[in-house]
Design a protein around this ligand. Sequence first.
Ligand SMILES: Nc1nc2c(c(=O)[nH]1)N=C([C@H](O)[C@H](O)COP(=O)(O)OP(=O)(O)OP(=O)(O)O)CN2
Ligand SMILES: [Zn+2]
Length: 143
Amino acid sequence: MGAIVYLSRIETFSAAHRLHSSSLSDKENKEIFGKCNNPNSHGHNYKVEVTVKGEINPITGMVMNLMDLKECLKIAVMDILDHKNLDLDVEFFKDKPSTSENLVVLIWNNISQKLKGDGKLYEVKLYETDKNFVVYRGETLDS
Ligand SMILES: Nc1nc2c(c(=O)[nH]1)N=C([C@H](O)[C@H](O)COP(=O)(O)OP(=O)(O)OP(=O)(O)O)CN2
Ligand SMILES: [Zn+2]
């Protein structure tokens, strides 16, 4: 049985957003989201840490080639999110608030669709600021 290793890569991207829910009144939006509901969007330098899991291939010595992971993150994360206004430019956020929780699920979904080869997506960790981060492992309440 081969050793299972977790392989990670970090990327950073910049994006603008505003926290707002179309299901809430203006008053409720202000109460819940506070300064983050300001109609003038604000921005973050997000950091995303992606981890894949797998056996070391005995021939290549790799779980997966980091060059392939880099290309996957370019297509699935950077091209979609970097220097974008999340609320205006990203279809996923047309009907939901651009919180870190929703953003990490979008990133997971995009990477899952593009990831090729032996590495299995294990975890996506997203830092919105140096102090605030979320983690998603593809779980749902019924999984
Ligand atoms: N559950 C969530 N709560 C909040 C989110 C979120 O995505 N999920 N997002 C925000 C704001 O977008 C933003 O992140 C808040 O930024 P800020 O208060 O500036 O961040 P810090 O806590 O790091 O800053 P301090 O220096 O500590 O004030 C709000 N809530
Ligand atoms: Zn914010």
